[in-house]
Design a protein around this ligand. Structure first.
Ligand SMILES: *[C@@H]1O[C@H](CO)[C@@H](O)[C@H](O)[C@H]1NC(C)=O
Ligand SMILES: *[C@@H]1O[C@H](CO)[C@@H](O)[C@H](O)[C@H]1NC(C)=O
Length: 484
């Protein structure tokens, strides 16, 4: 904060050289404001994205056989939507092709029973429920899929960042609707009379299915979106499907070649703590200074939690207790976090945890001690505006954390608390999804990666027309057919 003020003071202090620049900037900002107002868009600027569809629309203009045009003829619904896109060029929407995977890969895992040959529930009549409990923190697969299904029944594109398309050649990305997290959570044991574990079986089937698809072969899987939010989900298939973009909670259990921040997207957990609606609390009315509730981890260097426990347990106004939120009761944790100024997030057996998102929903300023954590949408969101970061090495120094926290003023805290309320919507999963909530933010994060995907796909296709020698042919299809 202090640093930023210094910069701005310096800026206005220098006279002649910058005065022209400032005047120009002011005019520029004014005209931007004017444009924003006149197009009726009140979103923050940086949330806008420029996915492939938009770029294509621009560059294809001169080509009579462009994809979009042939589609105008073939599909009336799509015609309406693209027409809308053309009328409102500030609106860029990700076009998503979704495989019609059999229901056993998605909604049947939630207990939904398909009637006859139906693949998808008729969400206009009934939306299948997500099973409760802590599994819900990894339920991104459910919300994203529902949003795609819903995109077919609405012509209102307000606040929508993605639509389903039925022609994969038109799509920016190919979505694989396998509910891998709930599959891991609920189907990782043998259930007689079955002889094999559903979670293992479905992953094998998925690999076999995908590698057979034209879409996969076309891009080598690079434009495929695969969801694996639970750190243990997709454990077998990830090693075969890695060219795809994964949507993950963190990279803790992935080799960097299989998943990394360039290729993949980090999605928030769905918080389990209740939202703090109409939060009228303030710095003084939240009695607990620092709150932590979580499990003790002994493996993977998670000893930080224990060390901190011994350092902090006797400090005044600190709540530090072990045990999962479910054991302690969601209700108790909710009231604890709603009554705290700061909430600790310490690396556990993986760098991320749902605690961060519980803290955001509680407007409890997160204190993050996790050197390897990757955060959702960090390319467009500055977490330092509402989080405190402490290096693990510093956190282990005597009294470092508590002194740091106590040094944060009421004004600084209030600023972060206010910002938390502005951004909390970006971490809300809901159906129907709304403007810039977690569902839309994930689509936008995917859209920002589309140019990089195209780059890789185009580059790897350079020699696709030239006669192929046997060895080269093998290389471009690295997945053996007999994986089963
Ligand atoms: C899908 O789109 C491609 C490219 O625009 C087009 O050539 C093809 O005819 C379309 N397929 C169908 C079934 O509409
Ligand atoms: C919050 O305030 C709004 C508007 O005053 C009201 O409609 C809503 O019911 C309140 N929510 C809660 C949980 O009190």
């Amino acid at each position: 904060m202090a640093e930023r003020n210094v910069h701005s003071l310096g800026f206005f202090g220098r006279k002649s050289l910058f005065s022209m620049f400032s005047i120009t900037s002011i005019f520029f900002m004014l005209s931007l404001l004017f444009v924003m107002r006149s197009t009726g868009r009140h979103h923050l600027f940086y949330l806008n994205v420029l996915p492939k569809s938009k770029i294509l629309a621009l560059s294809e203009e001169g080509y009579p056989q462009s994809r979009t045009e042939s589609d105008y003829v073939s599909n009336e619904r799509t015609f309406n939507k693209y027409d809308l896109l053309k009328c409102n060029p500030s609106k860029q929407i990700l076009k998503v092709f979704m495989y019609d995977l059999p229901p056993q890969f998605h909604f049947e895992l939630l207990g939904w029973k398909a009637e006859g040959k139906r693949i998808w529930p008729d969400i206009r009549k009934m939306v299948p429920h997500y099973p409760g409990g802590l599994n819900v923190q990894h339920s991104i697969e459910y919300w994203l899929t529902l949003d795609l299904l819903l995109s077919e029944f609405t012509d209102n594109l307000d606040g929508r960042s993605a639509i389903r398309v039925h022609n994969s050649s038109e799509a920016d990305v190919i979505f694989v609707p396998f509910f891998s997290s709930v599959c891991y959570n609920r189907f990782s044991k043998v259930k007689p009379p079955q002889k094999r574990i559903t979670n293992v079986l479905l992953q094998r089937k998925l690999v076999a299915f995908l590698t057979e698809q034209e879409e996969w072969k076309r891009s080598g899987g690079k434009d495929h979106i695969i969801l694996a939010h639970h750190p243990n989900s997709l454990l077998d298939a990830r090693m075969k499907l890695w060219p795809a973009m994964f949507i993950l909670s963190d990279f803790g259990r992935y080799p960097p070649t299989v998943a990394n921040v360039e290729k993949d997207v980090i999605a928030p957990y769905k918080h389990v703590i209740k939202n703090y609606d109409n939060d009228t609390s303030d710095f003084d009315s939240r009695p607990i200074l620092l709150y932590f509730q979580g499990a003790i981890y002994r493996k993977d260097g998670g000893t930080v939690r224990q060390e901190l426990f011994y350092m902090l347990k006797d400090e005044k106004d600190v709540h530090f207790s072990f045990g999962s939120i479910l054991k302690g009761g969601v209700k108790q944790a909710t009231s604890g976090m709603h009554s705290s100024k700061f909430c600790l997030n310490i690396a556990g057996d993986t760098p991320s945890s749902n605690r961060l998102f519980d803290a955001i929903a509680s407007h409890c300023v997160p204190v993050i001690i996790s050197d390897d954590i990757e955060l959702p949408y960090e390319d467009v969101l500055d977490y330092t505006e509402f989080c405190i970061f402490v290096r693990t090495a510093d956190a282990l120094k005597q009294n470092f954390v508590i002194n740091f926290i106590r040094s944060i003023t009421k004004e600084e805290w209030t600023r972060m608390w206010t910002r938390l309320q502005e951004i909390e919507n970006m971490f809300e999963y809901r159906y129907p999804s709304k403007d810039n909530d977690a569902v839309q933010m994930i689509w936008q994060a995917i859209a920002r990666k589309v140019p990089a995907i195209n780059f890789k796909v185009h580059k790897s296709a350079r020699y696709s027309r030239s006669p192929v020698s046997k060895e080269e042919g093998m290389k471009s299809f690295p997945l053996p057919k007999n994986i089963l």
